[in-house]
Design a protein around this ligand. Sequence first.
Ligand code: HEM
Length: 402
Amino acid sequence: MTTHTASGQPALDNTDRRKSAALARRETQPDEGAHWVRGAALARQILRSKASLQGGAGADLVTFKNPEHAPVFFLDGEDHLEKRRKTNHFLSAKAITDQHQATMENCTARLLAQFQRDGSAKLEDLSFTLAIEVVGEILGLTDSNEDARARRIQKVLKASIANAGDSALSRFTLNLARAYRVGIFFLADVRPAIKARKLKPRDDAISFYLSEGYSNPAIVIECLTYGTAGMLTTREFIIMAAWYLFEDEALRTRFLDADSKGQLAILMEILRLEPVAAMIHRRVNEPVEGVGDGPLPPGEKYGIDIRAANVDESVTGACPFAVDPERAKRQQETGRYLSFGDGPHTCPGWQVALHETRVFLAALFRVPGVTLEREPDMSWNAQLGSYELRNADITCERAAQA
Ligand code: HEM
C-alpha cells in the first residue's frame, strides 16, 4: 500500500519502494578479488579513466586475434573506439527520429491491436517482441518470418548466456547447443539478410558491415552482441516501468500528460531506482584512491555497484528514493546516472531503449480498460546480473472483431 504525500503523488516521498532491491542485494556482489565501489563519484572516475579495461563477463580471460571478430563489449582502447565509431551512426538520436521511431510505433500498434483482439497478454511477450524488432531493424535482420525469427533469437540468446556448470560434459553439451542454435540463427535469419543486402544495400548495420568487408562470423557476433545487450535488457525495463505506472495513478497521469522529454525523465527515474544492470567490472591500470584506507595499486579489479551509485545523494540530491522527474535538471545531470554505465563502454543503445519504452508505454496506457491482472514474478539472471520479470498478465476491453 502506498502512502500519499501532500502532492497526492506517492512516488514523490522518500520511501524506498524499489521492487528489485532485496533480490539484487542477495544476488549482487563483485567478482572474486574485485573491490566493491558504491559511490557515484569513484564509479564515474573508474569508468571514465583511460587506464580502465573492461573486466566484466570474463573479459580478463578472453583474447581475440582479430578485433573484427571480437564483440565490442570485450574490446578496449583504439580497437574499441573504432568499432564504436562505426556503429554509433545507427543508434544516434537522428537515426531514432528518421528511422527507428517508425518501427517502434508500427510494432507497438500491431502488438496492441492483437492485445485488444485477445483481451489479454503477457507483458513480457509484448516487450520482447518489440525489443527484438527494434534491434532487428537496426541490425538489418528483416528477411525472415517475424514470429519464427523471434523464437530463434530467444533460443540463441538463451543458449549464449547459459551457464555451463563445472563438469566437462556439461560444458561440451552447452557448447554443442550453442553451436547448433547459432548455426540455425545464421542459416535462417542472418544469411538471408546478408544475401538481400549484397543485392541492395540499405541503411542498416549489416549493410554497413558488408561494406567494411566483415566476414559472416563477424556479422553473426555483432548480431548476438546487440541481441544480448539490447533485447534482453529492454524487455525487462519495459515491464518494470509499466509496473510502476500501473501501480501509481498520479505518476501514470503525469506520464501520459507529459511531452516526450517529460516522459523520458520519468522513465530514467524508474531505471535509476531499478537499473537492469546491477554491477559492471573494470580492471584499472593505475592507482585508485577511495576504496579502503590507502591508494590501491595498479592492476586491481573493481565491481561498480550501479544500484548503490544511483541512489548516492552526492549526485541525486535529497530524497534519492523518490521518483522525481525534476531531479536531473535540479542536479544538472542527464538523468541517466549510472544506469547505462559511463565512459568509453557506456551503452550505445540507451536512447533507443528509452524511446522504445516511451513509445510503447504511452500507447499501452491509452488502451481502454488496460489492467495489470497479475504482478510479475521476479527472479535473478546470474549470467546477466539482472532481474527478470515474468508472468505479468495484462488485460483490456476486447475490441469488436471485424
Ligand atoms: C534498458 C535497456 C538497456 C540497459 C539498462 C542497458 C545497459 C547497459 C550498460 C550498463 C552497459 C555498460 C556495460 C559496461 O560498461 O560494462 C551497456 C553496454 C552496451 N549496450 Fe546497453 N543497455 C540497454 C539497451 C541497449 C540497447 C537497446 C542496445 C542496442 C541497440 C544496447 C547495446 C549495448 C552494447 C553494444 C553495449 C556494449 C558497449 C561497449 O562495451 O562499448 N543496449 N548497456
